[in-house]
Write a protein that binds this ligand. Structure first.
Ligand code: PLP
Length: 490
């Protein structure tokens, strides 16, 4: 029989041995990426450098806060929690429930919504899936929806299909989709035409929402049209949800049945989405019978288990943080600045002779109409990228080519986060003007042989990369913008 002391020694040796084994495995999970995966760390460092040394004008992008990043890289990501607060399919979710409930409560509070009349699902992974979940919740396959046409400023997830009727988004495969348009002369949503089309098409859902539209949306008019044809009004405020939160553009909530939004654009949160839906009594019949909204169950079921599995709890926690920030006076000030900067930027570009779709802006974005220049949006996007300026080529109303559209979409949320004001946006307008002029010159050097669109753009890109003028200006821009902080800078 072993003495007590030798039994203890044997036991300690086993623990020690196991400890050694564990510490090897332990080091795999406890090393920072800089030590554990230098190759990926290097890519991360390159992207950090690119973001800091670029002018981000893509209106759907932003620099989220340090606190949001803290949650995104947090332990909340380790937990499975299929279901909803209080009704999970996994154990150990008492704390995750607190996080999701807090996020829901803050979402309703931010938009001034009465929890008796509105609910919110904060689990959708992103904006396009959130829209699909709503359609699937309230439509059968083959039923009808109407959204703003993509070339006119709508989004793929609003049912985009080619003019020939070929579906592009799967949403237009699952459901019948008919687009409405902007008036090509004013660039504004053609509500009269929408009304006429909706009366004939009788959609089940009308989507009020845009990705490249610089004017305010008339939600009351959308409601009137939806009511007339018995459609649900779903507003997709993805681009403007920060502006809506701060009351610097009209809110869709008063007139909508459902509101969807991403959380990573002007709202400046993590990459995710929310679906708001009405609750309570929808209407009362002549005989006094109350007809309830039946959206809550359908939408929640459509999100989980209909389309998703476990929610991304780190994102939901990060969303809760962003929503708290969005209730602060500083955030309101930031949103007002986004719009002020955008209007100023538009004014500067107009002063320099550029034509803007709809003539200007009321929100965070501007679509430049380049049809009066010798270049298109694709070439300008390419040269801007070589100059460390990120912007989107964009169709303008009436455009024929999606590969070489005539527009350029730019916006102010991201650079306003980095502290840009009037002076800086005047400088950016000058850089854009220089880029257009350089692009016009470089285009004349392109080979005259017949090339398909992609090869032609590649030839242009090569010319940009070889141009000493582009190289000099690119360095100047990188140094200039690098002086402006990004969130999380030491
Ligand atoms: N809805 C609108 C209006 C958008 O502009 C976008 C994206 O830009 C989306 C939905 C899709 O969002 P996500 O890219 O997160 O799927």
């Amino acid at each position: 029989m072993l003495s007590r002391a030798s039994a203890l020694a044997k036991c300690m040796a086993t623990v020690h041995r196991r400890g050694l084994l564990t510490s090897g495995a332990q080091s795999l999970v406890s090393k920072p990426v800089s030590e554990g995966d230098p190759e990926m760390f290097n890519i991360l460092q390159q992207e950090r450098h690119r973001q800091k040394h670029s002018i981000t004008l893509i209106p759907s992008e932003n620099f989220t806060s340090k606190a949001v990043m803290d949650l995104l890289g947090s332990e909340l990501q380790n937990k499975y929690s299929e279901g909803y607060p209080g009704e999970r399919y996994y154990g150990g979710n008492e704390i995750i429930d607190k996080s999701e409930s807090l996020c829901q409560a803050r979402a309703l509070e931010l938009y001034g919504l009465d929890p008796a009349k509105w609910g919110v699902n904060v689990q959708p992974l992103s904006g396009a899936p959130a829209n699909l979940y709503v359609y699937s919740a309230i439509m059968n396959i083959g039923e009808r929806l109407m959204g703003l046409d993509l070339p006119d400023g709508g989004h793929l997830s609003h049912g985009y299909q080619l003019k020939s009727g070929t579906p592009i988004s799967f949403i237009s495969k699952y459901f019948q989709s008919m687009p409405y348009h902007v008036d090509h002369t004013t660039g504004l949503i053609d509500y009269d035409n929408l009304q006429m089309l909706a009366k004939a098409f009788r959609p089940k859902v009308i989507v009020a929402g845009t990705s490249a539209y610089s004017r305010l949306i008339d939600y009351a008019r959308f409601k009137e049209i939806s009511k007339e044809c018995g459609a649900y009004l779903m507003s997709d405020m993805a681009h403007i949800s920060g502006l809506v939160a701060a009351n610097v553009v009209p809110s869709p909530f008063e007139h909508s049945d459902i509101v969807t939004t991403t959380t990573h654009k002007s709202l400046r949160g993590p990459r995710g989405a929310m679906i708001f839906f009405r609750k309570g009594i929808k209407s009362v019949t002549k005989k006094g019978k109350e007809i309830p909204y039946e959206l809550e169950k359908k939408i929640n079921f459509s999100v989980f288990p209909g389309h998703q599995g476990g929610p991304h709890n780190h994102t939901i926690g990060a969303m809760a943080v962003a929503l708290k920030q969005a209730m602060s006076p500083e955030f309101k000030e930031y949103q007002q600045k986004i719009v002020d900067n955008s209007k100023w930027f538009a004014q500067e570009l107009t002063r320099m002779g550029y034509k803007l779709v709809s003539g200007g802006t009321d929100n965070h974005l501007i679509v430049i109409d380049l049809s009066g220049t010798q270049v298109d949006g694709a070439r300008v996007e390419t040269i801007l990228s070589a100059l460390n300026i990120a912007a989107n080529k964009n169709t303008i109303p009436g455009d024929k080519s999606a590969l070489f559209p005539s527009g350029l979409r730019i916006g102010t949320p991201a650079m306003t986060t980095r502290g840009f004001g009037r002076e800086e946006f005047s400088q950016v307008a000058k850089y854009i003007d220089s880029a257009v002029k350089l692009a016009e010159n470089l285009k004349t050097l392109e080979p005259t042989t017949k090339l398909d669109a992609r090869s032609r753009l590649n030839e242009f890109k090569k010319l940009c990369n070889e141009s000493s003028e582009v190289a000099t200006l690119s360095k100047e821009i990188s140094n200039w913008v690098g002086q402006y902080p990004v969130p999380g800078d030491a």
